[in-house]
Design a binder for this molecule. Structure first.
Ligand code: ATP
Length: 140
């Protein structure tokens, strides 16, 4: 089976959606292998999203990601990467509300930035992101 990294972003945590999201995760057949709540600092948020460093929204994205604690989870199931991204819906929560009305971003996201959850987009990203948060010397 496959592993992916899921994040409940600060807006999802402070709007109290974390427990509801975990219930959906488990009901959808994922195992939560590891989880922790962390407060990112500017440097770590910028590093996590370094692929977007040239985008116009980068500074705002980093500020958003450090605006409060995030819940980070390693999810496992067959086809975990694609299935988790399907479950969260498209990046823009406003589009999700139209095209994926039952998605997690419809439930707790606000717009293209404040979309309340993250999911790795490939096997390579998943491996990088899992080790970013859960390195072997700091079991989570
Ligand atoms: P994630 O990587 O968080 O799962 P994603 O793969 O759906 O999201 P990306 O294109 O990788 O989306 O963008 C990373 C994050 O940057 C988005 O989740 C969102 O918070 C923010 N973002 C993306 N596009 C925009 C935009 N046009 N305006 C503002 N913020 C954006």
């Amino acid at each position: 089976s496959e592993r992916t990294l899921a994040i409940v972003k600060p807006d999802g945590v402070w709007s109290n959606h974390a427990e509801e999201i975990k219930k959906i995760v488990l009901a959808s057949g994922f195992s939560i292998l590891q989880e922790k709540t962390v407060q990112l600092d500017e440097e770590s948020a910028a590093s996590f999203y370094s692929e977007h460093s040239k985008k116009k929204f980068f500074r705002s994205l980093v500020q958003y990601m450090i605006s409060g604690p995030v819940l980070v989870m390693v999810l496992e199931k067959e086809n975990a990467i694609a299935d988790w991204r399907m479950l969260i819906g498209p990046t823009d929560s406003n589009k999700a509300k139209i095209t994926h009305p039952r998605s997690i971003r419809t439930m707790c996201g606000t717009d293209a930035e404040k979309n309340c959850v993250h999911g790795s987009d490939s096997d390579q990203s998943a491996q990088r992101e899992i080790s970013f948060f859960f390195s072997s010397e700091t079991p989570g």
